[in-house]
Design a protein. Structure first.
Length: 256
């Protein structure tokens, strides 16, 4: 794994931009896996700015999002469809037919999840999957206890996640109880992972992810098994690590 620690969120977001922008320039038809949440917002803002400066062309980029709430229509202000269009897609020249986000209103959720997996296969798999981590160690909406081999499916959200996301819905009660999420097995098939974590609230989960034993109770620990996992942290998120990545131990060649 390559772990990089930055002084603050802005520096972390600059680095994330450099990685994603380099891929888009080298492979204009790349397949990007996107994540929602507060953490990738700095990256998305930079991607929009890069597009406006004429540095990036999204016209052939294909995207797959990690998850979506069940029961929220795409136009709902808190849906992840809305989030992605508001923060990124509507500002760049992406082809809407290249955008894939699970449909939380699907009549047959199981069939929809199988279709979603098939779409990822059809385009040859995900080149780079952007990820966050929950304070409880979840990866996408793969909550503690998720099968480490899981595929895209419906999951019940944990209390901790509904509490963490209550800020967007006004109350915990208003947060949907279920979500469709790419599985851990699906995420692990991406050719590269780019996981971002910022802030003190993530420090314990980050430590468990990087230094703890691999466990379904901390789904993010699975990144230890990926052959190309790149983790960007700010100082606060890295504050509980024992292994000192500042000692020059983690170098670019450590990514494999
Ligand atoms: P956040 O969410 O970026 O809003 O902290 C990350 C997550 O829960 O996976």
């Amino acid at each position: 794994m390559l772990v990089e620690i930055f002084s603050d969120y802005e520096a972390l977001s600059d680095r994330a931009y450099e990685i994603v922008a380099t891929l888009i320039r080298r492979k204009p038809n790349c397949v990007l896996g996107f994540a929602t949440g507060s953490t990738p917002l700095g990256l998305y803002q930079r991607l929009v700015e890069g597009y406006r400066r004429g540095e990036l062309d999204f016209s052939k980029v294909i995207t797959f999002n990690l998850d979506e709430y069940v029961g929220l229509p795409p136009g709902h202000p808190q849906s992840y469809h809305q989030f992605m269009w508001e923060h990124l897609f509507q500002h760049v020249n992406i082809n809407p037919s290249n955008v894939h986000i699970p449909n939380g209103m699907a009549d047959d959720i199981e069939a929809h999840c199988a279709w979603y997996e098939a779409q990822i296969q059809r385009v040859g798999g995900i080149d780079l999957q952007i990820l966050g981590i929950g304070p409880n160690g979840h990866l996408a909406f793969n909550e503690p206890g998720s099968s480490l081999g899981s595929r895209t499916r419906i999951k019940t959200l944990s209390r901790a996640t509904r509490r963490a996301n209550a800020r967007f819905f006004g109350s915990e009660e208003a947060v949907p109880r279920h979500a469709i999420t790419m599985g851990i097995g699906t995420i692990m098939e991406a050719r590269r992972l780019l996981l971002l974590a910022s802030g003190r609230a993530k420090a314990r989960a980050v430590r468990a992810m990087l230094e703890g034993p691999i466990s379904a109770m901390v789904p993010a620990t699975i990144v230890q098994l990926h052959r190309y996992a790149h983790v960007l942290l700010d100082k606060e998120a890295a504050s509980e690590l024992e292994y000192n990545h500042h000692d020059g131990i983690s170098e670019p060649f450590d990514i494999h």
